[in-house]
Design a protein around this ligand. Structure first.
Ligand code: UDP
Ligand code: MG
Length: 314
């Protein structure tokens, strides 16, 4: 029989964590009762540098039930790194790993359906939300634009799937082979291959607490997704460059002809326009190149993705 570990990234989640834990324990207990899972099924919570009671809640939960374990980061390393740390630890003992947000916006009642698909040979089961009605207008539309532009650039993403998914041991082990520091998990997983499946669920509002993804983090996340996954922006620069220089050739002919015809000196406005457009294009291009060089620098340093301060139950 298989062993499941549920991995939960948590950043200042004191408001929801106790009820999240008891809800997930109930679901696991039911799966064990139905003999779909092994008795030693775990919950692993990754405290991503919380400044509230999150770690104390994890410690207390472990005292009450030794199947609950925790990892505490030395500071906030971000959602994606918390997920990686959780999966990396869980894969040592688990056969199946489910990742879910601490706020239970992703319906934990779909976990049994995921396990079912796993038993039917899927290595990766995506939780896909069938509505975004509970998101704000802004989040809904910015997410839609983000998915559309990534798809246009050739990055395959599962639409309306966040980080609620089940993965088999070998799928997680393969994911861990991707060593880049700025890992955009959602973009890499469809590249792993394996048999995949989907479970649809309704996304509900956060139980309590506030979103830990303010606009700044959201933009950083989207930008990372874009530039760590595709060199399309650099290609775009090339195209713009070709376009701009062809226009320059046309302008050259134009100015030579007007000179021959004796229509001189009226070129001030066209000069200004081309200086501004070209200047802008150059700055834009340098910015994008700089972004890639910056990425190379961080990757070359091979800094750790996260630093673990302490663990409990591991
Ligand atoms: N999270 C994290 N580190 C961060 C930000 C968020 O571990 O720096 C966790 C957070 O505790 C939650 C999950 O990532 O479990 C998703 O965050 P949230 O629910 O705030 O995002 P939203 O649902 O608003 O997109
Ligand atoms: Mg949430």
């Amino acid at each position: 029989m298989e062993k499941l570990t549920i991995v939960i990234p948590a950043f200042n989640e004191e408001a929801v964590l106790p009820s999240t834990i008891s809800r997930l324990l109930k679901i696991e207990a039911k799966l064990i009762e139905e003999q779909l899972l092994e008795q030693t099924t775990d919950i692993l919570i990754v405290d991503d540098g919380s400044t509230d009671q999150t770690w104390n809640i994890i410690k207390k939960a472990h005292q009450n039930d030794s199947h609950i374990a925790g990892i505490k980061f030395s500071r906030n390393f971000g959602h994606q790194n918390a997920l990686m740390a959780g999966m990396q630890t869980a894969v040592k003992t688990a056969d199946i790993i489910v990742t879910i947000d601490a706020d239970l916006q992703d319906d934990p009642d779909s976990i049994p359906a995921m396990v079912d698909k796993f038993i039917n040979n899927a290595d990766i089961v995506y939780g896909v939300r069938n509505n975004r009605a509970t998101d704000t207008w802004f989040k809904r539309n910015s997410a839609a634009i983000f998915y559309k532009s990534l798809n246009l650039l050739g990055v395959k993403l599962i639409e309306n799937h966040a980080d609620f998914r089940l993965m088999s041991k070998r799928a997680v082990q393969t994911l861990l082979e991707y060593k880049e520091r700025n890992l955009f998990i959602r973009g890499v997983i469809p590249m792993l291959g394996f048999k995949t499946d989907k479970v649809y669920y309704k996304r509900t509002p956060r139980m309590a607490g506030e979103s830990k993804y303010p606009l700044k983090k959201m933009i950083a996340f989207a930008w990372d997704g874009l530039t760590s996954f595709s060199i399309a922006p650099v290609r775009l620069i090339l195209l713009l460059g070709i376009l701009a220089s062809s226009l320059g050739v046309v302008a050259l002919f134009y100015s030579v002809i007007t000179k021959w015809l004796g229509l001189t000196v009226h070129g001030w406005s066209s000069l200004m326009i081309s200086i501004w457009i070209l200047g802008g294009l150059q700055m834009f291009s340098l910015g994008i190149l700089g972004e890639y060089i910056g990425k190379l620098t961080t990757e070359a340093k091979k800094r750790p993705r996260f630093i673990i301060e302490s663990t409990i139950g591991e």
